[in-house]
Structure formats: structure tokens, C-alpha cells
Design a protein. Structure first.
Length: 1266
């Protein structure tokens, strides 16, 4: 096992020291000002380093530091510390190395890179390659970053700073000082205070909000999906709901954004509206009427850009139409300028270039670095065919081809291309590790013909290749260029003559060099079908376009719009919630949850975000801009972002046919999905500035399920012992292929149990190494499943828990190769309302951005009958070292008790600094907290030791009278697992003791109780037994525990030689002598013995056996003691599917003195199925006020009760998830608005729905008069 690691311990010599800054000379007079500074002085003592070896490559680790990547060089152990500093200040950092340590490692130590991932899910592999050791650098560095609406000094300590692994700084001292500034706020009780525990003050970095260009004006949204000149009439605008006619023509003003994607590498990028020049045809009366029109040049999102040295196309991943904004009634708008182009001489320009692009988005391939989509697959043995149609022929065209390579990089491969059976490309190419998989080929002097040109492409790249796109830059004579943009370049700026054709007398000719301000060329003359003109060419490139009147384009859509709510009149709030418009109606529950937390919510639709921060174009960068604006301008900056809506790598719907409802950030070239993108919002920033979570709902129902779970987990009325339970689940030693040495899963879980999770928690371990491999299993063979582990896992989840931490291999829909759990098993969960937090330290369990289907985390979140209230899981691949750091840090924050799930993850991500951690996402409401468990004032204290074979007593003390759940376990012991698949895979772990006794009891009015219970002779002795008592006092869940406790055997046993008495019955049976029941009927057994019932469950002598017709089943887990008793308890057992007729059931149990008792009962199975719903009713009836609807169901499912007036108007409805048997649903007697209802008769309907079908019963109830 690797050495333990703990949070960094820093010795503060002087937390806040003041010193004089200096003097200021003003107007020739020497003034000594009382200017002081705040100073943090810190000493860091560095522990002993050690090596982690992988394939003869080494990573240096320090037990108190985290491993941080360095660009192209070996990761080094580093630690960071944060200090709020006044905005605009320039903190001063000074440091000194107190002592240096020697490692004894040779300077030639071969250091490993960060892991490189290939494949996905369970097929993910990670590899390492040798990289140089980082060069000499400062042991302490300073960076000023933005976090939580202020500026923060980020101090990084890097002890291995000498450019060699042989030496490191063993003691480092540093001081950070900055001017004392007014306007500071107390950091106490804030999230920033948790990140900066040694600071006292923070300073808001608030700026004035920019004025919205949309505010207070009428607007029409005009969608443009082609590039060219558009004509829009007043009649079209009015028909679209835009009341524009009758306004002064001069007030018509058009605007648009840049029509490009936000740069994901520049978090601080903003998009702004710019005026677009138009021409208005109003008949000369100055009033815009229905018959009038306006003309403008519009660019689609995929458009050509003409620069002095290149022609290139812009593309867009997230939207299909560019947006132009028309307003009226205000200031005069920009107009297309006319320029006299009458022929007047000048050197003639005869030729230009018209660009043509050919591209289809068919296959997703994230290595494509523009959109992530490619056209067609290329194989080495066959050609792919593409038709490229152009308007003119040329023997001097430039052809550009783009190919995207998949698979393993650094492969030599051949690329061939033919155009109309003529070879235009035949070359050997090679990409290299770390380089883009994109290949571009520019082929000059190519013959192309008018019309269709057949392009054939081959590529034998080993990992598979894709054809991406083709472009043809076609030289054209200006006399043949009509209808297409033509770029002219290489001419001396000044007056030039041109002959452009072919055109009609009514044709319009424009200079579109500035697409926002085209120039209309007038007064040219027509000679035949050519326009003869002279015009001034400015700059090195000019672009011209002719438009015939019948060829003006029509917009894709026109609709009225009212943007401007955000920048114009927003109110600061604690949490920003972004939501698709079609889900906004389902936000009431979530908003109520935040109100109950005392937090305000700023709700905004994505349409509003895109309008005001993306200028009407969908793009994740617009959400970034929204967050940055709120952090920069709100007087109280927001503390979290909650994204509502599912998203995928197919936002436009190339494959699915549907646009996604919410933005997702998938990083091209790597394919990673990082939710931290949305809150990394300032230029140069690398860290998310506020926590972010997502409810990936596709429907209102899913949004409501997730919101109701968030409400339920914080409802103190549902708290119980389950909320103090933590489940650790670890994968076994068999990883991918034949690798059978994966011990780190269990090692990490053992560390979490031993050093991170507080001993007050009830820790349950489910390690796959505890379950034997099926006979015949061999490394490298077929990977078997472990169904018993899966069954036990589902059973534990259904018991409920605070959270689950899983460490192991995974995929988007599965845990472990052995299928410990999968998406299709989620329907087996019925733990509602005991929802848990699912923490998956694994690959891809959180891959929510699939283009089709849901990941495991989503299935757990949206399962209505149980599952998780939230999940924290990786969207892509993860690796052991990063998971070790993240899991320990994250769980530490959980048990602090004051952080929400999103806050805990955010703190872990920012403090650790590993970029891989940013692949983790909170799915669900990130504002939800784990149930808090109090230990102060709670105790469960036995005598010095526990003794088996006798009655033992534990004194329980609670702050006040309460019911509680008491539990005693036998001693834990260390188990050493030796893998049968590998000679050198040995995994030791601590196996917790099994439960000796548990029951629900009550304290006296003073909160005290004495618990008597019998410790079975079968219990393991040792020094690691445990007792605990968990219960709720008012709204607080508390637990008292004693751990560890010696459990001994002194030979002084009670005198008991009689086995347990066992009474069997079928409560829902028919008949007298022999019970008659339907399939899957419930058998009830009562067991009693003065020495208790042995329920340890370790072997045949410690379990309760249920036997039907000679079969065998361990039914120990179904048994529970009666309240307050250690001698009597019961269980309910559902009989298996049986043929109609006579059968026999037998129950065998042992008491705590190893005496055996048994009982047998014959029963008759009836033909057919039991009624789904029976024994229904309401009590009391009649009554005014609360009443209960009762029922009995033959299977698990949902029961919904609805109350109606006699006329059929809905009054109230409620729903509850039920197990097989009797149940009830309470009604407070009021309608859905909380008002009392009138006296009289009402109709009620009880409806059951489950996997076995549905059934309903309708009857009457009466509300009594006042």
C-alpha cells in the first residue's frame, strides 16, 4: 500500500502582520502617510517523497501534495494556497528555502507523462511515455485569478524546483503582502472562506453593468441561413407580428453579431452587436408601409472570409441560422452607401477568385477541430466518392482537401486523390504525438470542369480516417462572375476599371469587402450583357457581388422579440439557473427548494442568454458571458450556476434530427466534456470561478423528479439511520484484457474508510474481491460476471444511504467489467425517499452528453422510485492517482457538513488543480446537501468490553427524548486476498464485523436508555467491535458510537440448550387447515429465543434458512427484532413462483448459543395471479381534517390517490411508492392550494401502477361540516 496522504499542513508564523509601505511626495512637501499592508507569512514543511512506478516510468509523489501536470514535462507534486486580494492590487511575494533534501535518485530517473487515454468506457486504456523532468524554477509562484466575484492570489508551492529529481526544497517560507484597502467584506461563513481559511476579508470586484442595446425598443428577429442580399417587406414584417408599418423609414435600424463561434480558449471573449447597413425603398414618402421593403447583406454562420492573404470559411457547431435584429422608432439606422461607378478609366481588373466549399456533417469524430463532424469514412482498400459542382471550368484552380485521422497517432500513411480520373494527390504523410489529427492538402493548378467533378479519395491510416471537406478556389473572369462573390487582390489601391457580367439593366452591383457596410455601385453602363464601371479599390483585397432583382433572398424566419431583460433590469441573486423555454414551466419545485434554503434564484432561459450575450446565436460561450457579467456587475456576486436541460455532442441534430435543449461543451481534438467551462469566465482563467451543476432533464417530468429528490433529501422528516450510512464499492483486480493486478480500487476505498470518513459513520464495504471468480476463469479469457455481488449491491442500495463511493472501471452505462451494476438494473431500486449521492470515481459513468440515450448517472437521477438525488461522476476517462486525490478531498468536504454537492466538488477541483478533475460533473441539483449527522451530545457507551455468550448492556444518551436505531457488530479483522488469477496480486483489507444485534428503541424523557442485547457465541472476538445508536431529535439526525471496542469470550455463558421457537403463517391466506395463497404471497415468521437469534450471516451456522419444497435460501437479511426486544423478532418472505397445488415451507434458525430451531408449514398455491389492488378504503370517514387512504398491493409500484368533486373537478392528489403488502397515503383534508374544502360527498380514486400492471378502485368519502 502506498504511504498515506493527508491535507497539506501549513504553519502560519504570522497570519496577518502589518508593516509600513513607504512615503509619498506631494506638491514638493514630504508627507508620511499611514499606509499599511496586510501580510501572510507561511512556512511549509515538506515530507519525504516517494516514487510511483508504471512500466519502468516514474512519478514523484509527496504525501501532502497533489500531482500537477506540466506542459510536455513530468507532473510534479505541488500544493496551492489562496488569499483574497484587493482588485487591481499587485501583491508582493517573497520566499526563502530553509533547507534542502536529497532523494538519492539518479538524475537520469526516467519520469512519466500524465496518462494518455485511448478508447472509452470499459475499453479505456491509459498509457504513459517518457518525458523530460521540468527545468529549474521558483519553488513558490504567484498567480492572480478570479474566483467568486473577486481577485484571489493563488500561491503554488513546488518543492522539486531544481531541475532534477535528486533534490528538493524541504522547508519553504514565503510572505505575501498587499495594500490594505477599504471596502472589504468579512469572509466568515462564505464559500470563499472555505477556500481561504486563513483570510478575514475579501473585496468585491464590481463594475458597472453595460447598458443593453436591446432595452426599451421593439425588435424583429430575422434568421439568415444563406449568404447574400435579402429583401424584407413591411407586409412580411406585419404578417410575422412585427408592428413596423407607419414608422419613419429613417428609424429602421439593423444589427447583428459577428456570426462566429466563441473561442473556447478565451474565456473572456465577448460578442457585441454591430450596425448593419440597409437600403430602404419607401417610395420617397419617408414612411415605411406594407408595400415598402428594405435590403441588407446577410451572412450565414458558414460563410467565407476574405482577407489580404487568405480565403477561409467560418463554421458553426451550435446553430444553423445567423440572427439579424431589426428595430424601429428610435435613432436613424445605418444605410448602404452609394458610390458613383461610371466608367472613368483606371487600370482594368479582369480576373478574380470565387470560393466554393463542399462539406456534409455525417459522422461524429472529435478529432475534427472545427465542428467535430466529418463527411465520410476513408478506407485503404476502397475509395470514397464526392461530387463537386462549380459554375465554370478552369485549368488553374486551387483545391483544398481536409482529412481527419482517428486511432493511434504517429502513424505513417498514404493519401491519394483523383479528380475526374486525374491524380491530384499521392503522398506519404505522418502525424505525431500531441499534434492535431487534422491534415490539410492545398493542391494548385488543378483542372476542373463546369458542372460536376468526381473526387475520389483513399487513405490507409491504421486507425481509420475520414474525409472532412473540399474547397475550390476558382479563378474566374469578371465578365463571367455574376451571381457569385468574387475576390480581387494583388492590385495597387486606387481607381480601377472592370467589366462584370453577365447582368441585366436592373442588376445591382455591390462591393461587399465590409459585409456590415456594403457599397452599392451606381451609374455603371451596360454594354451587351456586361457592366462597365470604374471604382476605387481600397486595401489589398476587394469583393464584389451582383444581384438580380429576382434573386434577392428571403429570411428563414421573421418573428417579434423582446430581448433586453437581463442587462436592462436584472436583480442580483445567489444562484443563476438557466433553463430551456419548454422546461421553464417545471421550475416551481426547484425554486421553492432554493427559497427554503434561504437562497435567491435568477432564472433565465437559454433563448434570453443567446439573445443578449450571443446576439441571437446559440453557443455555450454565451452562457460563459452571462456568468462573467453577473460576477463582474452584481453587488453580491452569484455563488453557483445550475444548468437545466440535456445536451449532447450533436447540438444541431445531424444524427438525431433534433436540436438539443441546452448547451454542452465538448472539447474538440480530445473529445472531453467539461462543465467547468461554463464558469471559467475571465481571460487567462483556468479554474471554474463558481460551482456548477446540471439537471440534464429532457422533459418537465424529469425536471420535477430531480427537483423533488433535492427537496426530499433536505426534508428532516425522512431522516433515519440510513442517512448515516456510507457504502464503499471497489472493483476487483481484473481490468482490461489480461491485466489482473488492479489493486488500487480496494486500496483507495480502504484509505477512505480508514482516514477520511469519520468513524461516526456506518461504513459498509462491498468489494468485488470478496466474491469468488466462477470456475474456469482465466486472465485474458472471457470476462465473467459476478451476479451475487450485483444482487447484494442492489439490496444495499435499497436499504438507503447518505452516499455511495465507487472506485473501479466503468462505462457510460455500467460499473465494472463484471457488471456490478448497470443502467438496466436501476429499475430494481425502490429506496425512495432514502435517496443517495452517487460518487463514481470511474470512467464515463457521467457521460451525459451522448447523442442518444442516457448514462448511468442520469438513470439514477431520473428513476422515480429511488436511485440518487444527485451524482458526481466523470464524463470521460479517469485514472487512479487523480481519483485517489479527488475522492479523499471530496469526501473530506462532504463530512464538513456545510457544503453542497457542487460546492464540495468545486473546492476539490480548485484546490487540487488536476485538469482531469474538471471532467467530473454534478448531475442533479448541485445545491443539495448531504444529510448532516450530529455527534455532539450523542453517545452509545458499553462497559469496557463486550462479552459473547451473554447479555450485554450499552448506555445510550441523546440530548432529549427520542427513538433511535441501535446496532452492535462483532469484531472486524484483517483479510488478505490472494488473487487466483495472478501470483503477485495480494490485497489486504479490513473486513468489518457482521451485525450481532439491531433494533429500534426509545430513550426516557431525559434522553437516556439502557440497551440489553445478547452477543452470539458465533460472533468473532477481537479489539474492533462496535456499537452505535442513531436517531432524530426534532430536525437533527444524531449518532453516538463506540469504536473500537474489545469483544471477548470469557467462557461464562448463559445456560440455554433450547433452540428458537418459530411460528409461520400467511396473513393474506384463504382456507383454514391449509393456507391457500396466490403466487408470490408473503409468508410471515415470528422467531423467539432468550439468547436472541443469530443473524451474523457468515456461514450456515449463523444464518436463517428458508426452504421451499427442499430448496435453500438465506433469508437472514429479512429478519428484524421487535422494538426494544433482543429475544423476539420477525421476517416476511415472498415465496417464489410455484405451480398450483400443495407445497411446503421450512424455516431454520439458531440462537446465540448455537441451538437450532425450525418450523414447517404446508400451503396451497391457487390458480392465477393475486389482485393487484385490494382491501382499499379511507379512515376515518366521514371526518373533517386529515384521513388515511389504505390499500394492499400484490407487487411493488406506485399508488396514486385522487379526490374529485361529484361534478368531477380535481380537488387533491397524492402519490407514494409502495412495496408488496399493505400501505397508506395520508391526506390533510385540504385542496391543492392548501385551502379547506366544503362539507359534502366527494369521489376518490385509488390507482396502482407497477411492472405487473395497473388497477384502480373508485369510492365515496364524506367531509363533515364544521
Amino acid at each position: 500500500m502506498e504511504p498515506p496522504f493527508i491535507p497539506l499542513s501549513i504553519d502560519y508564523i504570522s497570519k496577518l502582520a502589518q508593516h509600513e509601505l513607504g512615503r509619498i511626495i506631494l506638491s514638493g512637501l514630504l508627507l508620511i502617510l499611514a499606509v499599511t499592508a496586510l501580510e501572510h507569512v507561511v512556512t511549509v514543511n515538506v515530507g519525504d517523497p516517494y516514487l510511483l512506478e508504471t512500466d519502468n516510468l516514474y512519478t514523484i509523489l509527496l504525501p501532502e501534495f497533489y500531482s500537477v501536470e506540466s506542459d510536455g514535462r513530468a507532473p510534479l507534486p505541488c500544493s496551492v494556497r489562496f488569499f483574497p486580494v484587493p482588485p487591481g492590487s499587485e501583491p508582493r511575494l517573497e520566499w526563502a528555502v530553509g533547507s534542502t533534501g536529497s532523494t538519492g535518485w539518479d538524475r537520469s530517473l526516467v519520469t512519466a507523462s500524465a496518462p494518455v487515454f485511448a478508447g472509452s468506457g470499459l475499453h479505456t486504456t491509459q498509457s504513459f511515455h517518457a518525458v523530460p523532468f521540468p527545468s529549474e524554477h521558483s519553488p513558490v509562484s504567484l498567480e492572480i485569478i478570479h474566483l467568486l466575484g473577486t481577485t484571489v492570489a493563488k500561491v503554488t508551492i513546488s518543492p522539486f524546483c531544481y531541475g532534477t529529481p535528486a533534490a528538493y526544497a524541504k522547508q519553504i517560507s514565503y510572505s505575501l503582502s498587499y495594500p490594505e484597502t477599504s471596502g472589504g467584506r468579512s469572509i466568515e461563513g462564505t464559500l470563499l472562506g472555505a477556500l481561504c481559511p486563513d483570510a478575514e476579508t475579501w473585496w468585491p470586484d464590481t463594475q458597472r453593468s453595460p447598458e443593453s442595446p436591446f432595452w426599451g425598443k421593439p425588435w424583429a428577429r430575422i434568421g439568415v441561413d444563406n449568404t447574400g442580399f435579402y429583401s424584407v417587406t413591411g407586409e412580411e414584417l406585419e404578417a410575422s407580428g412585427c408592428t413596423v408599418t407607419g414608422v419613419p423609414s429613417a428609424s429602421l435600424a439593423l444589427f447583428s453579431g459577428p456570426g462566429t463561434m466563441f473561442d473556447p480558449a478565451d474565456p473572456g471573449q465577448e460578442h457585441q452587436l454591430a450596425p448593419v447597413a440597409v437600403t430602404v425603398f419607401d417610395g420617397g414618402d419617408g414612411v415605411f408601409d406594407a408595400a415598402d421593403s428594405l435590403i441588407f447583406y446577410g451572412r450565414e454562420l458558414w460563410h467565407w472570409n476574405f482577407t489580404a492573404d487568405s480565403l477561409f470559411r467560418s463554421s458553426h457547431r451550435f446553430d444553423t441560422a445567423n440572427t439579424y435584429w431589426l428595430t424601429w422608432g428610435g435613432s436613424n439606422g445605418a444605410r448602404i452607401v452609394q458610390s458613383n461607378a461610371s466608367p472613368s478609366g483606371g487600370p482594368e481588373i479582369q480576373q478574380g477568385v470565387s470560393p466554393f466549399g463542399f462539406e456534409q456533417e455525417v459522422f461524429w469524430e472529435f478529432c475534427e477541430n472545427r465542428t467535430g463532424w466529418v463527411w465520410d469514412y476513408l478506407g485503404g482498400d476502397f475509395a470514397a466518392y464526392f461530387y463537386l459542382s462549380i459554375p465554370h471550368s478552369s485549368d488553374n484552380a486551387t483545391v483544398r482537401l481536409s482529412i481527419v485521422n482517428g486511432g493511434v497517432p504517429s502513424q505513417t500513411h498514404e493519401v491519394q486523390a483523383e479528380l475526374e480520373d486525374v491524380v491530384i494527390l499521392d503522398t506519404l504523410a505522418r502525424d505525431t504525438v500531441g499534434n492535431s489529427r487534422m491534415e490539410y492538402f492545398t493542391l494548385r493548378n488543378i483542372d476542373v470542369k463546369q458542372g460536376g467533378n468526381l473526387l475520389e479519395v483513399w487513405c490507409d491510416y491504421p486507425g481509420g480516417s475520414y474525409f472532412n471537406y473540399a474547397e475550390i478556389l476558382l479563378p474566374v473572369s469578371l465578365s463571367e462572375s455574376a451571381g457569385y462573390p468574387v475576390a480581387v487582390s494583388g492590385y495597387t489601391p486606387g481607381l480601377h476599371s472592370m467589366h462584370i457580367g453577365s447582368v441585366s439593366p436592373d442588376c445591382r452591383i455591390y462591393n461587399i469587402s465590409d459585409p456590415f457596410n456594403p457599397v452599392s455601385l451606381t451609374d455603371w453602363t451596360l454594354s451587351g450583357n456586361e457592366a462597365h464601371l470604374s471604382t476605387t479599390v481600397e486595401g489589398e483585397t476587394a469583393v464584389f457581388l451582383t444581384v438580380e432583382p429576382e434573386n434577392f433572398l428571403s429570411p428563414e424566419y421573421i418573428e417579434p422579440a423582446q430581448p433586453g431583460r437581463l442587462l436592462g433590469a436584472s436583480v442580483p441573486a445567489d444562484v443563476i439557473v438557466t433553463v430551456p423555454e419548454d422546461l421553464a414551466g417545471g421550475l416551481s419545485v426547484l425554486e421553492a427548494v432554493y427559497e427554503a434554503r434561504g437562497l435567491s434564484v435568477f432564472t433565465v432561459t437559454y433563448t434570453e442568454v443567446y439573445d443578449e450575450f450571443g446576439q441571437g446565436v446559440s453557443d455555450p460561450g454565451a452562457v460563459r458571458s452571462l456568468v462573467r457579467w453577473a460576477l463582474d456587475t452584481w453587488s453580491d456576486p452569484p455563488q453557483a450556476l445550475v444548468l437545466i436541460g440535456d445536451g449532447s455532442n450533436d447540438p444541431i441534430g445531424y444524427v438525431t434530427g433534433n436540436k438539443t435543449s441546452a448547451p454542452v461543451n465538448v472539447i474538440l481534438e480530445s473529445g472531453f466534456c467539461k462543465e467547468a467551462y461554463f464558469t471559467t469566465v475571465h481571460t487567462g482563467g483556468k479554474d471554474p470561478e463558481i460551482p456548477v451543476s446540471r439537471i440534464p432533464a429532457s422533459t418537465v417530468d424529469e425536471l420535477l423528479i430531480a427537483s423533488q429528490k433535492a427537496a426530499a433529501i433536505e426534508d428532516p422528516s425522512v431522516l433515519g439511520p440510513w442517512a448515516n450510512t456510507v457504502l464503499l464499492a471497489a472493483d476487483d483486480e481484473w481490468g482490461k484484457g489480461a491485466y489482473v493486478k488492479d489493486s488500487y480500487h480496494t486500496v483507495i476505498c480502504e484509505y477512505l474508510a480508514d482516514s477520511i470518513i469519520p468513524p461516526s459513520a456506518n461504513i459498509v464495504k462491498l468489494y468485488e474481491i470478496q466474491y469468488p471468480w466462477p470456475p474456469g476463469s482465466t486472465a485474458g479469457g472471457v470476462h465473467p460476471e459476478k451476479p451475487e455481488a450485483s444482487s447484494d449491491f442492489v439490496e444495499l442500495l435499497n436499504e438507503g444511504m447518505s452516499y455511495l463511493a465507487f472506485v473501479g472501471h466503468g462505462s457510460y452505462d455500467q460499473m465494472t467489467h463484471e457488471k456490478l451494476f448497470s443502467s438496466i438494473m436501476v429499475s430494481q431500486l425502490n429506496n425512495a425517499p432514502r435517496y443517495f449521492l452517487y460518487n463514481s470515481f470511474s470512467c464515463s459513468n457521467g457521460h451525459f452528453d451522448l447523442s442518444a440515450g442516457d448514462c448511468l448517472a442520469e438513470h439514477l437521477l431520473f428513476h422515480p422510485g429511488g436511485g440518487a438525488f444527485a451524482t458526481i461522476a466523470c464524463t470521460r476517462g479517469s485514472y487512479a492517482l487523480a481519483n485517489r486525490y479527488l475522492s479523499s478531498h471530496l469526501l473530506t468536504r462532504f463530512h464538513d457538513g456545510s457544503f453542497s454537492t457542487a460546492e464540495a466538488l468545486w473546492l476539490s477541483q480548485v484546490e487540487i488543480g488536476d485538469s482531469n478533475n474538471y471532467l467530473y460533473a454534478v448531475l442533479g441539483d448541485g445545491g443539495a446537501h448531504l444529510p448532516a449527522v450530529e455527534t455532539q451530545g450523542y453517545s452509545a457507551v458499553p462497559a469496557d468490553t463486550l462479552t459473547r455468550g451473554r447479555v450485554n448492556t450499552v448506555d445510550v444518551s441523546f440530548p432529549e427524548e427520542s427513538s433511535f436505531y441501535f446496532r452492535c457488530t462483532e469484531s472486524a479483522d484483517t483479510v488478505v486476498y490472494v488473487s487466483p488469477l495472478s501470483d503477485d496480486c495480494i490485497i489486504p483489507y479490513l473486513r468489518y464485523g457482521s451485525e450481532v444485534y439491531s433494533s429500534i428503541l426509545s430513550t426516557d424523557p431525559d434522553g437516556n436508555a439502557s440497551v440489553d442485547f445478547f452477543v452470539s457465541l458465533q460472533a468473532d472476538t477481537g479489539n474492533l467491535a462496535r456499537t452505535d445508536a442513531t436517531g432524530r431529535t426534532e430536525n437533527i439526525l444524531g449518532t453516538g458510537y463506540s469504536w473500537p471496542i474489545p469483544l471477548v469470550d470469557n467462557g461464562d455463558y448463559v445456560d440455554d440448550t433450547t433452540g428458537p421457537s418459530i411460528d409461520l403463517s400467511f396473513p393474506c391466506s384463504q382456507g383454514d387447515e391449509i393456507p391457500s395463497v396466490y403466487q408470490n404471497a408473503m409468508m410471515h415468521a415470528v422467531l423467539s429465543d432468550s439468547s436472541g437469534i443469530c443473524v451474523l450471516g457468515d456461514d450456515a451456522g449463523s444464518i436463517i434458512i428458508g426452504s421451499v419444497d427442499g430448496g435453500y435460501e438465506d433469508i437472514t437479511s429479512l429478519f428484524s427484532y421487535d422494538r426494544g426486544s433482543y429475544t423476539t423478532g420477525s421476517l416476511d418472505y415472498s415465496i417464489p413462483d410455484l405451480l398450483p397445488g400443495i407445497h411446503q415451507i421450512r424455516v431454520v434458525a439458531r440462537d446465540g448459543m448455537k441451538n437450532t430451531g425450525e418450523s414447517t408449514l404446508e400451503f396451497n398455491v391457487l390458480q392465477g395471479d393475486a389482485p393487484l389492488l385490494e382491501k382499499t378504503g379511507v379512515y376515518p370517514n366521514p371526518v373533517r381534517g386529515p384521513r388515511a387512504f389504505f390499500f394492499t398491493t400484490s407487487s411493488a409500484g406506485t399508488v396514486e390517490v385522487s379526490v374529485f368533486t361529484i361534478a368531477g373537478r380535481p380537488v387533491w392528489s397524492g402519490r407514494v411508492f409502495v412495496q408488496t403488502g399493505s400501505g397508506q397515503l395520508m391526506w390533510n383534508g385540504k385542496d391543492t392550494d392548501g385551502d379547506s374544502i366544503a362539507a359534502g360527498a366527494y369521489i376518490y380514486k385509488i390507482r396502482f401502477s407497477g411492472s405487473s400492471g395497473s388497477s384502480s378502485v373508485t369510492d365515496l368519502l364524506v367531509v363533515s361540516p364544521q
